[in-house]
Write a protein that binds this ligand. Sequence first.
Ligand code: ADP
Ligand code: MG
Length: 240
Amino acid sequence: MIEISNLYKSFGNLEVLKGIDEHIEKGEVVVVIGPSGSGKSTFLRCINLMEQPTKGHILFEGVDITSPKTNINLIRQKVGMVFQHFNLFPHMNVMENLTLAPIKLKGYTKEQAEEIAYKLLDKVGLKDKALEYPNKLSGGQKQRIAIARALAMSPDVMLFDEPTSALDPEMVKEVLEVIKELAHEGMTMVIVTHEMGFAKEVGTRLLFMDEGKIIEQGDPKEVFANPREERTKIFLSKVL
Ligand code: ADP
Ligand code: MG
């Protein structure tokens, strides 16, 4: 589904991604871990072209999205993204948050978009919040709405950048449950997380990033139990 080759990204003189080669297959749940500043967010942002790679290629469903001819908006419709901070539109209620992009970008009628939105609200357990404004919701609820909003575009892949890092501890689980359910349904996902138990349980593959490179990867349970690289060992000894 996604083929990344020789991916580099610099900001001015700062080289953040230093040659990443990675294939992500349909149905994989790839969890990405690594120290702060290692380039995890930049890696995700390159996949949906929120950042333009400095060098290298990314093929998405066979199309080179790093080519200048690519329709960036079409790619973004197929690649859903959920951030650490929920980024809901504060002046719109939940239903409006969920239907804006499908109406504008997919050409759905309001009724079609609302029907889909209600199904997704039901899926994330928040059907009764359709008319609420974001400031009336808890962090966990906002994040579940943000996931529903991304799903409303029926993306082929979902990217999550530390979706629970900004949440109070008691709200982490409700958000992870929603992501877990998506995994069970076969959604292709790339998830940057500090939740090691979740990574182990849900990830079909784990990538450990450090200093702009993928240092080690494998089955999450195996990497946690038997890290091969010294840097992975040091990192895991700090977080496990
Ligand atoms: P991580 O998500 O692993 O913590 P990031 O990808 O956010 O790492 O950042 C990697 C490095 O790139 C950091 O040093 C960060 O300061 C830098 N960086 C990220 N985005 C930008 C940007 N837009 N402009 C300049 N530097 C950036
Ligand atoms: Mg980050």
